[in-house]
Write a protein that binds this ligand. Sequence first.
Ligand code: NAD
Length: 354
Amino acid sequence: MTLFAHPDFDHHEQVVYGSDRRSGLQAIIAIHNTCRGPALGGLRIYPYPTEERALADVLRLARGMTYKSALANLPLGGGKAVIIADPKRQKTPALLEAMGRLIATQGGRYITAEDSGSSEQDMRVIAGVTEHVSGLRRQGEESGDPSPFTAWGVFNALRCAVRHGFERDDLAGLRVAIQGVGHVGAHLARHLHAAGARLVLADVDTQAVKQLAKELQADIVSPLDIFAVDADIFAPCAMGAVLDSRVCERLKARIVVGAANNQLATAEMADRLHQRGILYTPDYVANAGGLIEVAWQRREDYSHDRVMAHIASIERTLDEIFDRASQEQCSPAPIADRLAEERFSPLFGQSPEV
Ligand code: NAD
Protein backbone atom coordinates (compact mmCIF):
# COMPACT_ATOMS: atom_id res chain seq x y z
CA MET A 1 0.00 0.00 0.00
CA THR A 2 1.47 3.35 -0.99
CA LEU A 3 0.96 6.31 1.32
CA PHE A 4 -0.90 8.80 -0.86
CA ALA A 5 -3.44 6.14 -1.91
CA HIS A 6 -3.93 4.87 1.64
CA PRO A 7 -7.60 5.08 2.76
CA ASP A 8 -6.57 6.81 5.99
CA PHE A 9 -4.31 9.33 4.30
CA ASP A 10 -5.88 12.77 4.70
CA HIS A 11 -3.29 15.17 3.34
CA HIS A 12 -1.04 14.57 6.33
CA GLU A 13 1.76 17.11 6.15
CA GLN A 14 4.45 14.60 6.86
CA VAL A 15 4.93 10.93 7.65
CA VAL A 16 8.31 9.94 8.98
CA TYR A 17 9.62 6.38 9.24
CA GLY A 18 12.48 5.73 11.63
CA SER A 19 14.60 2.71 12.36
CA ASP A 20 17.58 1.92 14.53
CA ARG A 21 19.52 -1.28 14.06
CA ARG A 22 21.04 -1.41 17.56
CA SER A 23 17.83 -1.01 19.57
CA GLY A 24 15.52 -2.60 16.99
CA LEU A 25 13.40 0.56 16.69
CA GLN A 26 10.76 0.56 13.97
CA ALA A 27 8.63 3.65 14.32
CA ILE A 28 6.37 6.00 12.39
CA ILE A 29 5.56 9.63 13.21
CA ALA A 30 2.56 11.12 11.44
CA ILE A 31 2.07 14.89 11.44
CA HIS A 32 -1.42 15.63 10.20
CA ASN A 33 -1.71 19.39 10.47
CA THR A 34 0.31 22.17 12.10
CA CYS A 35 -1.78 25.22 11.13
CA ARG A 36 -2.64 25.97 14.78
CA GLY A 37 0.72 24.96 16.25
CA PRO A 38 3.06 22.02 16.72
CA ALA A 39 1.53 18.58 16.36
CA LEU A 40 1.04 17.09 19.82
CA GLY A 41 0.01 13.48 20.20
CA GLY A 42 0.91 10.43 22.22
CA LEU A 43 3.42 7.70 21.50
CA ARG A 44 1.71 4.34 21.17
CA ILE A 45 3.85 1.22 21.59
CA TYR A 46 2.05 -1.82 20.28
CA PRO A 47 3.02 -5.12 18.60
CA TYR A 48 1.23 -4.36 15.32
CA PRO A 49 1.05 -7.56 13.28
CA THR A 50 1.93 -5.68 10.09
CA GLU A 51 3.50 -2.36 9.11
CA GLU A 52 0.26 -1.52 7.26
CA ARG A 53 -1.73 -1.75 10.50
CA ALA A 54 0.76 0.52 12.24
CA LEU A 55 0.51 3.04 9.41
CA ALA A 56 -3.30 2.98 9.42
CA ASP A 57 -3.37 3.52 13.18
CA VAL A 58 -0.89 6.39 13.23
CA LEU A 59 -2.60 8.17 10.31
CA ARG A 60 -6.04 7.92 11.94
CA LEU A 61 -4.83 8.90 15.39
CA ALA A 62 -2.83 11.89 14.13
CA ARG A 63 -5.85 13.22 12.24
CA GLY A 64 -8.02 12.78 15.33
CA MET A 65 -5.60 14.90 17.37
CA THR A 66 -5.91 17.79 14.90
CA TYR A 67 -9.69 17.81 15.33
CA LYS A 68 -9.50 17.42 19.11
CA SER A 69 -6.98 20.24 19.58
CA ALA A 70 -8.87 22.58 17.26
CA LEU A 71 -12.18 22.17 19.08
CA ALA A 72 -10.46 22.44 22.46
CA ASN A 73 -9.18 25.79 21.20
CA LEU A 74 -5.55 24.86 21.76
CA PRO A 75 -2.56 26.30 19.89
CA LEU A 76 -1.68 22.80 18.73
CA GLY A 77 -1.89 20.70 15.63
CA GLY A 78 -2.37 16.97 15.38
CA GLY A 79 0.23 14.24 15.30
CA LYS A 80 0.92 10.82 16.69
CA ALA A 81 3.75 8.31 16.82
CA VAL A 82 3.83 4.53 16.98
CA ILE A 83 6.59 2.06 17.75
CA ILE A 84 6.03 -1.44 16.42
CA ALA A 85 7.02 -3.42 19.51
CA ASP A 86 5.56 -5.30 22.45
CA PRO A 87 5.82 -2.82 25.35
CA LYS A 88 6.05 -5.66 27.88
CA ARG A 89 9.00 -7.42 26.24
CA GLN A 90 10.71 -5.05 23.84
CA LYS A 91 10.59 -1.63 25.51
CA THR A 92 14.19 -0.83 26.49
CA PRO A 93 15.91 2.46 27.34
CA ALA A 94 17.87 2.11 24.07
CA LEU A 95 14.61 1.81 22.10
CA LEU A 96 13.14 4.89 23.78
CA GLU A 97 16.33 6.90 23.28
CA ALA A 98 16.34 6.00 19.59
CA MET A 99 12.72 7.19 19.46
CA GLY A 100 13.79 10.39 21.18
CA ARG A 101 16.41 10.97 18.48
CA LEU A 102 13.78 10.44 15.78
CA ILE A 103 11.46 12.95 17.50
CA ALA A 104 14.37 15.40 17.78
CA THR A 105 14.83 15.35 13.99
CA GLN A 106 11.41 17.01 13.72
CA GLY A 107 12.73 20.10 15.50
CA GLY A 108 9.54 20.60 17.56
CA ARG A 109 6.99 20.10 14.78
CA TYR A 110 5.97 16.92 16.64
CA ILE A 111 5.65 16.81 20.45
CA THR A 112 5.23 13.44 22.07
CA ALA A 113 3.28 12.36 25.17
CA GLU A 114 2.11 9.20 26.93
CA ASP A 115 -0.28 6.83 25.22
CA SER A 116 -1.07 3.16 25.48
CA GLY A 117 2.14 1.19 25.88
CA SER A 118 4.15 4.23 27.03
CA SER A 119 4.37 5.65 30.54
CA GLU A 120 5.46 8.84 32.24
CA GLN A 121 8.73 7.08 33.09
CA ASP A 122 9.26 6.36 29.37
CA MET A 123 8.66 10.05 28.64
CA ARG A 124 11.44 10.91 31.09
CA VAL A 125 13.85 8.64 29.16
CA ILE A 126 12.84 10.32 25.88
CA ALA A 127 13.21 13.73 27.51
CA GLY A 128 16.86 12.89 28.11
CA VAL A 129 17.31 13.04 24.33
CA THR A 130 14.81 15.66 23.17
CA GLU A 131 12.93 18.54 24.77
CA HIS A 132 9.85 17.90 22.63
CA VAL A 133 7.99 15.86 25.25
CA SER A 134 4.77 16.85 27.05
CA GLY A 135 3.00 15.64 30.14
CA LEU A 136 6.04 15.56 32.43
CA ARG A 137 5.34 16.81 35.93
CA ARG A 138 7.71 19.24 37.51
CA GLN A 139 9.56 18.06 40.63
CA GLY A 140 7.25 17.54 43.62
CA GLU A 141 4.00 17.51 41.64
CA GLU A 142 1.50 14.68 41.70
CA SER A 143 1.55 11.96 39.06
CA GLY A 144 0.41 12.88 35.57
CA ASP A 145 -2.89 10.99 35.51
CA PRO A 146 -5.08 12.97 33.05
CA SER A 147 -8.29 11.09 33.86
CA PRO A 148 -9.73 13.51 36.49
CA PHE A 149 -9.46 16.28 33.88
CA THR A 150 -11.00 14.11 31.18
CA ALA A 151 -13.85 13.18 33.53
CA TRP A 152 -14.50 16.82 34.39
CA GLY A 153 -14.77 17.59 30.67
CA VAL A 154 -17.14 14.69 30.07
CA PHE A 155 -19.27 15.82 33.02
CA ASN A 156 -19.52 19.33 31.54
CA ALA A 157 -20.33 17.88 28.13
CA LEU A 158 -23.05 15.75 29.70
CA ARG A 159 -24.64 18.77 31.40
CA CYS A 160 -24.63 20.58 28.07
CA ALA A 161 -26.19 17.61 26.26
CA VAL A 162 -28.90 17.45 28.92
CA ARG A 163 -29.69 21.14 28.39
CA HIS A 164 -30.06 20.59 24.66
CA GLY A 165 -31.62 17.12 24.73
CA PHE A 166 -33.94 17.40 27.72
CA GLU A 167 -34.18 21.18 28.06
CA ARG A 168 -33.25 21.16 31.72
CA ASP A 169 -30.33 22.50 33.73
CA ASP A 170 -30.05 19.93 36.48
CA LEU A 171 -29.24 16.25 36.55
CA ALA A 172 -31.31 15.32 39.60
CA GLY A 173 -33.01 11.97 39.14
CA LEU A 174 -31.67 11.35 35.61
CA ARG A 175 -30.52 7.77 35.10
CA VAL A 176 -27.05 7.43 33.59
CA ALA A 177 -25.67 4.10 32.35
CA ILE A 178 -21.87 4.07 32.51
CA GLN A 179 -19.96 1.46 30.54
CA GLY A 180 -16.53 1.06 32.15
CA VAL A 181 -15.67 2.37 35.60
CA GLY A 182 -11.90 2.63 35.14
CA HIS A 183 -9.96 5.84 35.59
CA VAL A 184 -12.38 8.20 33.81
CA GLY A 185 -15.63 6.30 34.37
CA ALA A 186 -15.19 6.23 38.17
CA HIS A 187 -14.44 9.97 38.40
CA LEU A 188 -17.40 10.71 36.15
CA ALA A 189 -19.67 8.53 38.27
CA ARG A 190 -18.70 10.49 41.40
CA HIS A 191 -19.45 13.85 39.71
CA LEU A 192 -22.83 12.53 38.57
CA HIS A 193 -23.70 11.10 41.96
CA ALA A 194 -22.87 14.44 43.59
CA ALA A 195 -25.18 16.14 41.08
CA GLY A 196 -28.08 13.88 42.03
CA ALA A 197 -28.08 11.49 39.06
CA ARG A 198 -28.95 7.82 39.50
CA LEU A 199 -26.33 5.42 38.18
CA VAL A 200 -26.26 2.03 36.45
CA LEU A 201 -22.76 0.65 36.09
CA ALA A 202 -21.14 -2.12 34.06
CA ASP A 203 -17.56 -3.29 33.89
CA VAL A 204 -15.82 -6.54 33.05
CA ASP A 205 -13.85 -5.95 36.26
CA THR A 206 -16.48 -7.20 38.69
CA GLN A 207 -14.55 -6.17 41.80
CA ALA A 208 -14.12 -2.57 40.64
CA VAL A 209 -17.77 -2.20 39.67
CA LYS A 210 -19.05 -3.71 42.94
CA GLN A 211 -16.89 -1.40 45.01
CA LEU A 212 -17.97 1.74 43.17
CA ALA A 213 -21.65 0.71 43.15
CA LYS A 214 -21.49 0.33 46.92
CA GLU A 215 -19.87 3.74 47.35
CA LEU A 216 -22.43 5.50 45.13
CA GLN A 217 -25.55 3.38 45.78
CA ALA A 218 -25.61 2.48 42.10
CA ASP A 219 -27.15 -0.47 40.25
CA ILE A 220 -24.98 -2.97 38.40
CA VAL A 221 -25.78 -4.74 35.13
CA SER A 222 -23.68 -7.11 33.03
CA PRO A 223 -21.47 -5.57 30.32
CA LEU A 224 -23.74 -7.10 27.66
CA ASP A 225 -26.87 -5.46 29.08
CA ILE A 226 -25.62 -1.91 29.67
CA PHE A 227 -26.82 -0.71 26.23
CA ALA A 228 -30.36 -1.85 26.78
CA VAL A 229 -31.01 -0.63 30.31
CA ASP A 230 -33.72 1.91 30.88
CA ALA A 231 -31.54 4.97 31.18
CA ASP A 232 -31.73 8.59 30.05
CA ILE A 233 -28.05 8.82 29.19
CA PHE A 234 -25.49 6.28 28.00
CA ALA A 235 -21.86 7.08 28.88
CA PRO A 236 -19.33 4.87 27.05
CA CYS A 237 -16.11 4.99 29.09
CA ALA A 238 -14.50 1.67 28.18
CA MET A 239 -13.36 1.11 24.61
CA GLY A 240 -13.83 2.44 21.07
CA ALA A 241 -16.24 1.41 18.28
CA VAL A 242 -18.93 0.59 20.81
CA LEU A 243 -21.74 2.22 18.82
CA ASP A 244 -22.28 -0.34 16.08
CA SER A 245 -25.55 -0.99 14.27
CA ARG A 246 -26.76 -3.53 16.86
CA VAL A 247 -26.08 -1.21 19.79
CA CYS A 248 -27.57 1.81 17.99
CA GLU A 249 -30.82 -0.15 17.56
CA ARG A 250 -30.93 -1.44 21.15
CA LEU A 251 -30.03 1.75 22.94
CA LYS A 252 -32.82 3.08 25.18
CA ALA A 253 -30.99 6.22 26.30
CA ARG A 254 -31.80 9.51 24.54
CA ILE A 255 -28.31 11.00 24.98
CA VAL A 256 -24.85 9.49 24.38
CA VAL A 257 -21.86 11.18 25.97
CA GLY A 258 -18.71 9.53 27.24
CA ALA A 259 -14.93 9.41 27.41
CA ALA A 260 -14.13 6.58 25.01
CA ASN A 261 -12.29 7.52 21.82
CA ASN A 262 -13.82 6.73 18.43
CA GLN A 263 -17.16 5.58 19.83
CA LEU A 264 -18.86 5.36 16.42
CA ALA A 265 -18.01 2.02 14.76
CA THR A 266 -18.56 3.76 11.40
CA ALA A 267 -19.46 7.34 10.50
CA GLU A 268 -22.96 6.19 9.45
CA MET A 269 -23.78 5.31 13.05
CA ALA A 270 -24.10 9.03 13.77
CA ASP A 271 -27.03 9.19 11.30
CA ARG A 272 -28.54 6.03 12.76
CA LEU A 273 -28.58 7.61 16.23
CA HIS A 274 -29.96 10.86 14.84
CA GLN A 275 -32.79 9.02 13.07
CA ARG A 276 -33.70 7.36 16.37
CA GLY A 277 -33.83 10.76 18.08
CA ILE A 278 -30.73 10.05 20.19
CA LEU A 279 -28.44 13.04 20.77
CA TYR A 280 -24.83 11.98 20.16
CA THR A 281 -22.09 14.10 21.74
CA PRO A 282 -18.97 14.01 19.54
CA ASP A 283 -16.42 12.03 21.56
CA TYR A 284 -13.33 14.06 20.78
CA VAL A 285 -15.04 17.24 21.98
CA ALA A 286 -16.27 15.68 25.23
CA ASN A 287 -13.05 13.88 26.14
CA ALA A 288 -10.52 16.67 25.49
CA GLY A 289 -10.03 17.54 29.19
CA GLY A 290 -6.83 15.52 29.58
CA LEU A 291 -5.30 17.06 26.47
CA ILE A 292 -6.23 20.56 27.63
CA GLU A 293 -4.41 19.95 30.91
CA VAL A 294 -1.32 18.62 29.11
CA ALA A 295 -1.32 21.71 26.89
CA TRP A 296 -1.46 23.98 29.95
CA GLN A 297 1.53 22.20 31.46
CA ARG A 298 3.58 23.68 28.63
CA ARG A 299 2.86 27.17 29.96
CA GLU A 300 4.60 29.06 32.72
CA ASP A 301 1.28 30.43 34.06
CA TYR A 302 -0.27 26.98 34.72
CA SER A 303 -2.92 27.04 37.41
CA HIS A 304 -5.46 24.41 38.38
CA ASP A 305 -8.32 26.93 38.23
CA ARG A 306 -7.41 28.07 34.73
CA VAL A 307 -7.19 24.48 33.53
CA MET A 308 -10.62 23.67 34.98
CA ALA A 309 -12.12 26.82 33.46
CA HIS A 310 -10.68 25.96 30.06
CA ILE A 311 -12.09 22.44 30.34
CA ALA A 312 -15.49 23.83 31.32
CA SER A 313 -15.46 25.81 28.04
CA ILE A 314 -16.14 22.48 26.29
CA GLU A 315 -19.78 23.35 27.12
CA ARG A 316 -19.66 26.48 24.92
CA THR A 317 -18.19 24.55 22.01
CA LEU A 318 -20.89 21.93 22.35
CA ASP A 319 -23.59 24.62 22.57
CA GLU A 320 -22.50 25.79 19.13
CA ILE A 321 -22.35 22.25 17.74
CA PHE A 322 -25.76 21.24 19.11
CA ASP A 323 -27.35 24.50 17.93
CA ARG A 324 -26.00 24.11 14.42
CA ALA A 325 -27.04 20.43 14.33
CA SER A 326 -30.53 21.34 15.42
CA GLN A 327 -30.79 24.09 12.76
CA GLU A 328 -29.55 21.72 10.07
CA GLN A 329 -31.53 18.78 11.47
CA CYS A 330 -28.56 16.45 11.39
CA SER A 331 -26.27 14.63 13.78
CA PRO A 332 -23.80 16.74 15.80
CA ALA A 333 -20.94 14.51 14.52
CA PRO A 334 -20.49 16.04 11.05
CA ILE A 335 -21.08 19.52 12.51
CA ALA A 336 -18.19 19.02 14.96
CA ASP A 337 -15.93 17.88 12.11
CA ARG A 338 -16.85 20.90 10.04
CA LEU A 339 -16.34 23.32 12.91
CA ALA A 340 -12.92 21.79 13.61
CA GLU A 341 -11.98 22.04 9.92
CA GLU A 342 -12.93 25.72 9.97
CA ARG A 343 -10.57 26.18 12.88
CA PHE A 344 -7.53 24.43 11.48
CA SER A 345 -7.89 25.38 7.86
CA PRO A 346 -5.42 28.14 6.89
CA LEU A 347 -8.28 29.87 5.03
CA PHE A 348 -10.05 30.64 8.29
CA GLY A 349 -7.06 31.29 10.53
CA GLN A 350 -8.93 31.81 13.82
CA SER A 351 -6.34 32.37 16.51
CA PRO A 352 -6.27 29.95 19.44
CA GLU A 353 -7.08 31.14 22.98
CA VAL A 354 -4.15 29.57 24.83
P1 NAD B 1 -9.31 2.44 31.97
O1 NAD B 1 -8.57 1.31 31.33
O2 NAD B 1 -8.86 2.96 33.28
O3 NAD B 1 -10.86 2.05 32.15
C1 NAD B 1 -11.59 1.31 31.21
C2 NAD B 1 -12.54 0.44 31.99
O4 NAD B 1 -13.40 -0.22 31.05
C3 NAD B 1 -11.83 -0.66 32.80
O5 NAD B 1 -12.31 -0.66 34.12
C4 NAD B 1 -12.21 -1.94 32.06
O6 NAD B 1 -12.30 -3.06 32.93
C5 NAD B 1 -13.55 -1.56 31.48
N1 NAD B 1 -13.98 -2.37 30.33
C6 NAD B 1 -13.23 -2.90 29.34
N2 NAD B 1 -14.02 -3.57 28.48
C7 NAD B 1 -15.27 -3.42 28.94
C8 NAD B 1 -16.54 -3.90 28.48
N3 NAD B 1 -16.66 -4.65 27.38
N4 NAD B 1 -17.65 -3.57 29.18
C9 NAD B 1 -17.55 -2.81 30.30
N5 NAD B 1 -16.38 -2.37 30.78
C10 NAD B 1 -15.26 -2.67 30.12
O7 NAD B 1 -9.35 3.58 30.87
P2 NAD B 1 -9.68 5.13 31.12
O8 NAD B 1 -8.41 5.87 31.25
O9 NAD B 1 -10.74 5.25 32.14
O10 NAD B 1 -10.28 5.52 29.68
C11 NAD B 1 -11.57 5.10 29.30
C12 NAD B 1 -11.78 5.43 27.82
O11 NAD B 1 -11.65 6.83 27.62
C13 NAD B 1 -10.77 4.77 26.87
O12 NAD B 1 -11.43 4.48 25.67
C14 NAD B 1 -9.76 5.87 26.64
O13 NAD B 1 -9.12 5.74 25.38
C15 NAD B 1 -10.64 7.10 26.65
N6 NAD B 1 -9.95 8.33 27.04
C16 NAD B 1 -9.32 8.40 28.24
C17 NAD B 1 -8.68 9.57 28.61
C18 NAD B 1 -7.98 9.65 29.95
O14 NAD B 1 -7.68 10.79 30.37
N7 NAD B 1 -7.75 8.57 30.64
C19 NAD B 1 -8.67 10.68 27.74
C20 NAD B 1 -9.36 10.60 26.53
C21 NAD B 1 -9.99 9.41 26.18
